[in-house]
Structure formats: structure tokens, C-alpha cells
Ligand binder design. Structure first.
Ligand code: G6P
Length: 479
């Protein structure tokens, strides 16, 4: 057993909550990392006084553990080849599309897998080094699925949780993976494996039974060594109260007014906010809006679309293709349908701080969230949290995890452009009473089930001791 460190709670995620960047004057600085995982986990780390192990982006090799804004951060290194093979390759060109319903074709390369194993081992070694005796280690997301088993081997004293932020695919898709068994065994190193939705947990249990051959009962897996692993759903959320406070602030209110003015004070503002990712359904959504203008349903002086697309994974080919496609589509819609000083779509390829995002959410009458597949989608919840006056409509894909909770949204199938057009029209025309009724109900859900409730329920479940199951079970299958 490796000798223990001193942290009682260790969060292990591919990314640190801050990214190493170069300031305009060339000096190195830090910026908040993109994506839902970071927005959810940051408040959890602050509340629990833990340590976060992750990659700060880039290839810098000699970064020491440091404190940022009250958080203890342990930076991990990655070489340029590992960024290409582990991060861009296996994580984001194999697992990401495979786990998102193969909306893009996953690529399988043996060198990428080797890099995945190497980097997972590095994270496991680091976690073993910093965790105190009997500490809790919480491993996150698809980039690190081998860490639980690697870590258990080094430190059997630890309580290990794993949480998957993205969907977990049905067996029919997962079994395409040449390394399917290794990934399942990696996850089984955890005591508790958390997913966004029940269906994902069931997919996992079924795969463990079929592919690894362990005995399972409902949400439990009985391992031959006497350990029990539980797989269950813990739908993730946001720090809703802090979004509401931000939205209520004078500055954000003022900024929201400026945004409305800057886009010409139309009757209604539609808003999309996403990482520029092919799973988010941005293309179909903008097409639907463009068609509504072309059909004469909306006029550009009455309705504008603001699309914020945060740059993401720009070295991965599918993301470059998507960016070009969206650039072309926005250019065509604005060229065909815009008027001078009145484009139909305001397209911003940029990331903004939380305050500015809260102002966008305050300014927007209709939030449009139309992923083809999404683990949860925290943007939808952020919008709801910011609408403290109980107004604002949400158009939401059935294929986002958030649709399970936000039933009062205008739910759409993102593959059905006509259905999406209908929902956009309905949300545009809905009377105030209807909008308020729906938003009130959604706000209740989001404010009640916030990120601290999520973390408490996961960590509470992880802490509950599960003695050896005492059953005689057959050894795992060989293949
Ligand atoms: C999603 C994933 C996270 C990831 C984030 C940003 O939210 O679930 O694991 O960190 O996207 O993506 P990136 O590749 O920039 O870390």
C-alpha cells in the first residue's frame, strides 16, 4: 500500500477548474475552465474543503500544487503526444461520440488506448499519494474510467466513488469498444458508480452481467472478492441560489438591458448557449429559426436569435468541421434574411464570465436547448435559476438528461425540425400566465434539487458502509 497523504476528500477530474492561459501581455495566468463538470463541482469542493487533482490544459511540466480562490488544486502534467492521443483521441474522438449515441462516428485506435491507460495510471498514482488514510476519493467522468480500479489496487483503504457526467450508452453501442471489458472493470474499482439517469445505471449493470459475468441484483454488483458495487442515478445540478443572487444584482440587470438594446430591442430574444459541440444540436436549431423567418412567421425586428458558442476541442477534426458548418449556416441565414443593422442571428464564438452569462439569461425571453444527446445540460438549469420573476420560456430537447426533471419546458425532438419550429412558435406566442405557470414549477425543482443536494446524496451514499455481501459467487468470465 502506498503511504497516505493528508486530504480527506479528493476530487479527481481530467480538468482543473482553472485553465492555464497566456495573458495579453504574455504573462501566464488562470481562467475558469469550460463545461458543466467544472460549474457543478467547484461549489462542492469549496463546501467540503477537499483537494482537486486535474489537468490545467497545455503541456507545462513543472507546476506545483497551489491555492486558487480558496481551493486546493494539484495540477497534472500531460505531454503533447498525450494531449493528442489521450485527450483529443481516446477521450474525445472515441468515448465522447460513442457515449453520445454515436452522433459522430467514433474512431478506435490502439495507440490512443495505450495513452488512455498511461494517463489514467498517472492520475491514480497521484490520488494514492495525496489521499489520507480511509479518505474519500471521488473520480469524475469518461476520461478517467480506469482510475477507480487502479487506485483500489494501490490503496484498498480508500472509499472510492465514480460519477459519469455524460450518458452511458446501451450495450448495443458500448460493445463496439475493443476495450469494453477493461473499462467496465476499471469502473468496478469504485464502491459507488453514479450516473445522471436511471437508464444509464441499468445499461451499466446489464453490461457488467453480460460482459464481465458478475452476479447482479437490481442496482448492485456482487464481486467474487466479497465487495459490493452500487450503480445508481444522481441527477446533477447547479448552485441555483448563487445564480439567482447574481441575476438579481443591479449590474446584471443593467447589463441585460444593454444586451437587449444592442440587439435592437426586439419583441422576443431567443438564446442558445453551448460549447461548440456536435452533440448540442446547434445546426438544426438555427435552421429551424431561419426557416421561421423565411416562412414569414417571425420578422427580424420582432425576433432575434443570440447564439453563444464557447470554443471547444478545436484540434479535433469533427469540431473543426462543425465550426465551419455553423459559420456557413449563420452567414447564409443572415445574408438571405437579415436587414442592415438587423441580422437574424447574433453569433458569438467566445466564452464569457458567469456575470455576463447571467445577463444573457436575464435578457432572453426564450432559451433554446436542443442537444441530440446530453448527460444533463446545466445551461437549462442556469437559465431557470436566473428567471427570478417567473418569466421566460424554455425549449428543451427530450434527449437532454434535464428533460427528466424539467417536464414543464416545451419539450422537442431535435431531429424533428418541424416539431422544433412549432415549439419555437408556441413559446414565442405563449401568454404570460402559461409561461409563468411553467417557469414557477421548473424553478421549484431547480432550487430544491441543487448541486449541494446532489453532492450530499452521492457522498452520503458513498459513506454508508457496505459490509462484505457474504455470497458465494462465481469468478468473472475470462473474455
Ligand atoms: C463536458 C464533460 C467534461 C468536460 C467539459 C469540457 O462537460 O462532461 O468532462 O470537462 O465538457 O470539455 P473539455 O474537453 O474542454 O474538458
Amino acid at each position: 500500500m502506498a503511504s497516505p497523504g493528508s486530504a480527506d476528500l479528493v476530487i479527481v477530474a481530467n480538468r482543473l477548474p482553472v485553465d492555464r492561459v497566456e495573458e495579453p501581455d504574455g504573462a501566464p495566468g488562470w481562467r475558469r475552465s469550460p463545461g458543466g463538470l467544472v460549474s457543478a463541482l467547484e461549489p462542492v469542493l469549496r463546501a467540503n474543503d477537499g483537494v482537486w487533482i486535474g489537468w490545467p490544459g497545455g503541456t507545462e511540466q513543472d507546476l506545483e500544487p497551489f491555492q486558487d480562490d480558496g481551493m486546493s488544486l494539484v495540477p497534472m502534467t500531460m505531454t503533447a503526444a498525450e494531449i493528442e492521443e489521450f485527450y483529443e483521441g481516446f477521450s474525445n474522438a472515441t468515448l465522447w461520440p460513442l457515449y453520445h449515441d454515436v452522433v459522430a462516428k467514433p474512431e478506435f485506435h490502439r495507440e490512443w488506448w495505450d495513452a488512455y491507460v498511461t494517463v489514467n495510471r498517472r492520475f491514480a498514482d497521484k490520488a494514492a499519494e495525496v489521499a489520507a488514510e480511509n479518505a474519500t476519493v471521488w473520480v469524475h467522468d469518461y476520461q478517467l474510467q480506469l482510475v477507480p480500479a487502479m487506485l483500489r489496487e494501490l490503496r484498498p483503504d480508500l472509499r472510492i466513488g465514480f460519477y459519469l457526467h455524460i450518458p452511458f450508452p446501451p450495450a448495443e453501442l458500448f460493445q463496439q469498444l475493443p476495450w469494453r471489458r477493461q473499462l467496465l472493470e476499471g469502473l468496478l474499482g469504485a464502491d459507488l458508480v453514479g450516473f445522471q439517469l436511471n437508464g444509464a445505471a441499468q445499461n451499466f449493470i446489464r453490461l457488467v452481467r453480460q460482459r464481465v459475468g458478475h452476479k447482479t441484483h437490481r442496482d448492485l454488483v456482487y464481486l467474487p472478492d466479497g465487495r459490493t458495487v452500487r450503480a445508481a442515478a444522481f441527477p446533477i445540478s447547479i448552485d441555483a441560489a448563487s445564480y439567482e443572487t447574481l441575476a438579481r444584482s443591479e449590474e446584471v440587470g443593467q447589463r441585460a438591458k444593454e444586451i437587449r438594446e444592442a440587439v435592437g430591442n426586439p419583441r422576443k430574444i431567443f438564446l442558445g448557449v453551448d460549447r461548440l459541440d456536435y452533440t448540442k444540436g446547434i445546426y438544426a436549431r438555427l435552421r429551424a429559426f431561419g426557416e421561421l423567418i423565411a416562412d414569414g412567421e417571425f420578422d427580424v425586428s420582432d425576433a432575434v436569435f443570440v447564439q453563444v458558442a464557447t470554443p471547444s476541442r478545436e484540434q479535433v477534426e469533427q469540431y473543426r468541421i462543425l465550426r465551419d458548418d455553423i459559420d456557413r449556416l449563420v452567414g447564409r441565414i443572415n445574408g438571405d434574411l437579415g436587414r442592415i443593422g438587423q441580422p437574424a442571428i447574433h453569433y458569438l464564438h467566445s466564452s464569457y464570465p458567469r456575470e455576463e452569462m447571467a445577463a444573457f439569461f436575464r435578457a432572453a425571453d426564450i432559451m433554446v436547448v436542443t442537444p441530440l444527446r446530453d448527460g444533463m445540460n446545466l445551461i437549462a438549469k442556469e437559465y431557470v435559476a436566473c428567471r427570478y420573476e417567473d418569466d421566460g420560456a424554455l425549449v428543451l430537447s427530450e434527449f437532454a438528461g434535464a428533460a427528466d426533471e424539467l417536464r414543464q419546458a416545451w419539450l422537442i425532438n431535435p431531429y424533428d425540425i418541424n416539431g422544433m419550429k412549432l415549439a419555437l412558435r408556441e413559446a414565442y406566442a405563449a401568454d404570460e400566465r402559461e409561461v409563468t405557470k411553467r417557469m414557477k414549477a421548473m424553478r421549484k425543482t431547480v432550487l430544491q434539487h441543487d448541486v449541494s443536494a446532489w453532492a450530499e446524496s452521492f457522498l452520503g451514499e458513498l459513506a454508508s458502509v457496505r459490509p462484505s455481501h457474504g455470497k458465494t459467487v462465481r469468478p468473472a468470465k475470462r473474455s
